[in-house]
Every structure is written in structure tokens, then in C-alpha cells.
Design a protein around this ligand. Structure first.
Ligand SMILES: [Zn+2]
Length: 599
């Protein structure tokens, strides 16, 4: 057992609606593959996230429905929890940003930054709607980006160039709610002194050579023009500002982005408190040799390679103004920011409003979770924008999962079950037998190396190449022609089943659901790959109920390496197919749904 502690910090899905497959291809499946691999390799993984529930879009949705923001957040939190658990995402804790614990930790970070002089008050201009007199949320102001000239930039961020903005930065700002031109009035806010971290962020990024080049280059470029960013906003829904005269004000809250990234820390602390050892989180956040990997889509890089590291540096007292760590003690910066590119669908950008979308739950109602996980791993947007098409999904499913891996398992276990009824007893191995087993057991090194560097496409490609070798072995050795030589037939079948056991371990991080089935088909008992569980809990401080995702992942038998097949004589039953072949009509049906939805 290794003593290596790895924090898997997964981007927080925003709770303004259900998540679609573009979302989970960016943050969800890659972070789970990474965590499952490291647990199998014996590392101590803490995988945390939750729903991001503050900010203006939720208040706007609540206004539209005539309900409270909390009701919108409660509803979507529950949907997202169910969807992510159904996809098999093995969070140690998936929580939410509306817990009392999260508010307290967010306020602690703010106070630590304030103590060290990295947040400061300043009067600024805030937008209000001239017709209603109400504060106009940043994201609902649209205009031309002053940096890249994109004309659909929002008051908080430009989706084209990725820069953060203030509403007053926009050229020709208009309200997205009613098209009127906002009026700007004086408003007092706290600002994060980002320029005070230019040197410290630069020094840190200079040591991050293993990052994907696009992520590193983007992050380094951000340092050229750091400006103070407003840490508080004019909004009534969010974490209160923990200062005398501010705490009870209904119109001032910590900016949603500054509290959302604190979620990685607050969720770790909540996990520790629920574990019975309230200090257990420190192993992942404070031990000098622990590692932290952050997973997200590329539109969120800035918050993970600039804003959150700046918050951590300031809390630690490690920016230009110096200082000392806050009461939690010094906190580790990210080891790596692992960002995915975008997934499009049938050539179009995902859009919930235009109904160019397939939600996770609709997908999982019609297809297996592992079929989606396989597609994302083998053909997802790991290092370039990628188009999801139903034809390609079907082809990958049918040609690779069903005809490649599923068929190998099916024909080998069928033959052993039919001819022997049990795990066969092997005789002496030939060179061909030994060569196959050397290939399968030898794959753990290179595939593990790729997984540890988040080269997941290459990793699953290599695992599937090994599956191809096993299929070729079976065709070449043709045990079905060995009726006259049952001893040799049994040796071939035993070799094939051992190779399948190795391949199953190699594929477990990607395909945890079918990995459990294959484990059982090979005569294995107990839990091989642990499924996440949804638990109903109450807030540790205020008692309100909510669902979390967690799981006893340490109980899984899966390890990263070749392990022996069940003993000869262990009964085997004829298998049912582990993957479902998809008809051509599936493609037509799904495209028809998409066209109807977006029409
Ligand atoms: Zn721009």
C-alpha cells in the first residue's frame, strides 16, 4: 500500500438545470477514471465536488418560476446527484455550496486574505436596471468584449477569449433580460489584489511543466495583465461577507466564483467531519508530498490556474505582501490543472436553451453507462474539440465494445462453461500462451503510466489493443477445434480467461459497471469495482437534509496488476452479453429527437 495522497478536485456542476453529456465528458468521466486508477494502484484518493448553487442564473430562474433560489438549487442538486451516481462517478464526497460548512470555510478564506492585505475595499460602479431600480446581475449584461471584440461577452466573463470582465468593461452593454441599457451607480466592494500574485503565480507555473501545453500557455498568458477582481457582488443569494456591517446586509455577497472554488477545500473538510476524524483532510491539503489534480472544461481554466491559486497563496501569506497562514494552516496549490476541450453534438454547440442537448439521465435511460464512459474515454475532447455523433457512438459501441471486448469475454466464458462447467485446469503452456500472458500482464506498466499523466485516450487505446491481441490468440488457437484434445483445449481456455482477467483490470477505471459483471462471470465473488452510493444526510451545522454521493471504495478488490484467476474447478455459468448492440434505427431515432427538440 502506497502512502501517496491524491486529491481529485472535480469541477462543480452549476445547479441551474440537469447536466448534459458535454459537461460530464469534460469534468466527470476523466476525473473518475483517474481516481479509480489511483485507488487500484494503492494510492489514497480523496475525490470531492458538489453542486455550485449560488450566483445570478439561479436567482433569475427562481424569479421566473416564482420560487426561492433555494428551491431551484434543491431540485437541481438532487437531479445532478442521481445522474452523476448513475454514471458511476466515485466521489468520496459530492456535496453542495449551500451547506453551513461551506459558508464557514469560504468566510475563513476571505478573512485570511483580508488579514494578509490581499483583499481590500473599493468603491466601484454597479449596474442597475433603470426600469426596476434593481441590481442587474453581471451575467445578464451583454456587450462587446473590450479585449477580443466578441459581441456576445457577458458582464462577468467573455466566452470567446476566456477573460474575466466587469460589467463596466463591456462596450455597449445591454440587459439580456429586457434589452435596456443598464445604469451604473456607486457601490462598495471588496477586491482580490491579483497583481500582488503575479510573481508567485509565475514562479509556480514555471514548475508545472507536465501540464497539457495549451493549459499551461493559457495560464501563463493570463499573468500578463492581472487586475484586482471584485470578491463581492451586488446580489442577495450567496455566502454573506463575514464583516461587521456587511454580514447582515441582504444585497452583498461573496462572488459565486470565489466561493465555488473554495468548495474543493470545504468539501474535503466536510468529508473529514463525516468520517469521524475532523482533521483527516489535512493529509491531502497540507502534507508536502501530497498531490492535487483539478478537472474541468477549458472555459474554467482561469478559475483554477489563476483565481484559486491566488486565493491559496494569499491565505498562506505567499504573495508580494507576505503574511502568515490563516487558522487552517498553509494549504497546497494544485499539482495539475487538467482541462478538457469542448464536446459538440452533431456539429453544433450544446445548448439547453436551443435544445441542442442530451441530458445525462435521458442518455442513461436508453444506453448503458459504460457505453457512454467508453465513448468519452476513447473519443472524448481530451486534447481537442470533438464532435459527438450518434453514428460514431453506435460504431464505437458495436465494433469495439460489443465485437471486441464483449465478444472476447462472451465466447471464452461460454466455451469454458459449456465444455468444462468451471474454470479449466491448465496443462503445460506453449510459447503462444506465455506470449499472450506476457502481453496482458505487461500492459499494466505502460497503461498505468499513461493514466497517471491523464493521457486517457492513449491509455484506453493501449488496453483495447491488448484486447485485440487476446481475440487474435483465441482465433489462432481455436479451442473449438480441440474436441479431440481436451487437455490442450483447457489450457487455451484457461490462458484466455486469465488474459480476460488482466484486460478487465486494465479496463476497470473506464468501465466499472461491466468490470464487476466480468469479475463475476470469471467466477469471482464479492465486490470488484465499487459503485458510488447516494446517501440522505443532514447538514452538520444547520440540520437541513440533502443527498450526497459517497462510497466504500477501499472495499473493492480491483488492483492495478495481474491477479490470478479463480482456482480451477470454480463453477462458471453461460454468460449473458455484457454490452448491448445498437441497431441502425437508434441513430435515426436520436437525430430525429434532436431535430424535433431544436426545431
Ligand atoms: Zn473576449
Amino acid at each position: 500500500m502506497s502512502d501517496r495522497h491524491i486529491l481529485t478536485a472535480v469541477a462543480w456542476p452549476y445547479a441551474n438545470g440537469p447536466r448534459h453529456i458535454g459537461h460530464v465528458s469534460g469534468f466527470g468521466v476523466p476525473s473518475d477514471v483517474f481516481s479509480r486508477y489511483h485507488r487500484m494502484a494503492g494510492d489514497k484518493v480523496l475525490m470531492v465536488s458538489g453542486t455550485d448553487e449560488h450566483g445570478t442564473p439561479i436567482t433569475v430562474a427562481a424569479d421566473a418560476e416564482g420560487v426561492t433560489p433555494r428551491e431551484i438549487a434543491d431540485r437541481n442538486n438532487r437531479i445532478i446527484v442521481q445522474d452523476l451516481a448513475s454514471l458511476g462517478l466515485s466521489y468520496d464526497l459530492f456535496t453542495r455550496t449551500t451547506t453551513a460548512n461551506h459558508a464557514a470555510v469560504s468566510q475563513e478564506i476571505f478573512l485570511g486574505l483580508l488579514k494578509n492585505g490581499y483583499v481590500f475595499p473599493q468603491t466601484t460602479l454597479g449596474a442597475i436596471s433603470p426600469s426596476t431600480g434593481r441590481t442587474l446581475p453581471d451575467r445578464y449584461i451583454e456587450g462587446t468584449c473590450p479585449i477580443c471584440g466578441y459581441d456576445g461577452a457577458r458582464g462577468d466573463q467573455c466566452d470567446n477569449c476566456g477573460n474575466q470582465l466587469d460589467p463596466t468593461d463591456l462596450i455597449n452593454p445591454v440587459s439580456r433580460i429586457n434589452g435596456e441599457t443598464p445604469r451604473f451607480v456607486e457601490s462598495e466592494h471588496y477586491f482580490l489584489d491579483l497583481p500582488a500574485f503575479t510573481r508567485a503565480l509565475g514562479d509556480w507555473l514555471a514548475t508545472r511543466r507536465s501540464w497539457r501545453p495549451n493549459v499551461l500557455n493559457f495560464s501563463v498568458n493570463l499573468l500578463e495583465d492581472l487586475k484586482p477582481r471584485s470578491y463581492t457582488r451586488d446580489i442577495d443569494w450567496g455566502v454573506p461577507v463575514p464583516l461587521e456591517g456587511w454580514r447582515d446586509r441582504p444585497d452583498k455577497r461573496i462572488y459565486v466564483w470565489f466561493d465555488a472554488v473554495v468548495g474543493y477545500l470545504s468539501a474535503s473538510i466536510e468529508w473529514a467531519r463525516r468520517s469521524g476524524d475532523a482533521d483527516a483532510w489535512r493529509q491531502w491539503w497540507q502534507a508536502p508530498d501530497s498531490d492535487a489534480y483539478y478537472f474541468m472544461g477549458k472555459d474554467n481554466i482561469v478559475f483554477h490556474s489563476e483565481i484559486w491559486p491566488a486565493q491559496l497563496l494569499g491565505y498562506n501569506g505567499e504573495g508580494d505582501k507576505g503574511g502568515t497562514p490563516g487558522s487552517l494552516g498553509r494549504l497546497n496549490l494544485p499539482t495539475e490543472v487538467v482541462s478538457s476541450e469542448f464536446l459538440t453534438m452533431e456539429g453544433r454547440k450544446f445548448s439547453s436553451s436551443r435544445q441542442v442537448v442530451i441530458y445525462v439521465r435521458d442518455f442513461l435511460a436508453r444506453y448503458d453507462a459504460d457505453a457512454l464512459r467508453y465513448f468519452i474515454a476513447v473519443a472524448g475532447p481530451e486534447n481537442q474539440d470533438t464532435d459527438f455523433t450518434w453514428a460514431e457512438f453506435r460504431r464505437r459501441n458495436n465494433d469495439e465494445l460489443v465485437a471486441g471486448w464483449g465478444n472476447l469475454v462472451n465466447r471464452s466464458v461460454s466455451m469454458a462453461a459449456k465444455n468444462v462447467g468451471a474454470v479449466p485446469t491448465p496443462g503445460e503452456l506453449t510459447d503462444e500462451d506465455r506470449a499472450l500472458l506476457a502481453t496482458t500482464s505487461g500492459a499494466f506498466g505502460p497503461v498505468g503510466e499513461l493514466l497517471s499523466r491523464n493521457r486517457q485516450k492513449a491509455a484506453i487505446g493501449e488496453a483495447m489493443r491488448v484486447v485485440g491481441e487476446a481475440n487474435k490468440y483465441l482465433s489462432d488457437q481455436a479451442p473449438w477445434k480441440l474436441k479431440e484434445d481436451p487437455a490442450r483445449r483447457d489450457t487455451v481456455l484457461h490462458t484466455a480467461l486469465q488474459a480476460i482477467k488482466d484486460c478487465n483490470a486494465l479496463l476497470t477505471p473506464f468501465l466499472p459497471h461491466s468490470a464487476q459483471q466480468v469479475h463475476e462471470l470469471l467466477g469471482g465473488t464479492g465486490v470488484w469495482s465499487v459503485a458510488p452510493e447516494v446517501h440522505e444526510v443532514t447538514d452538520l451545522d444547520d440540520g437541513s437534509p440533502y443527498p450526497i454521493i459517497t462510497g466504500p471504495y477501499e472495499q473493492g478488490q480491483a488492483v492495478w496488476g495481474s491477479t490470478p484467476l479463480a482456482a480451477p474447478g470454480t463453477p462458471l455459468s453461460p454468460p449473458k452479453p455484457i454490452f448491448t448492440k445498437l441497431d441502425e434505427s437508434v441513430v435515426e431515432e436520436e437525430i430525429r429527437r434532436l431535430e424535433e427538440g431544436s426545431a
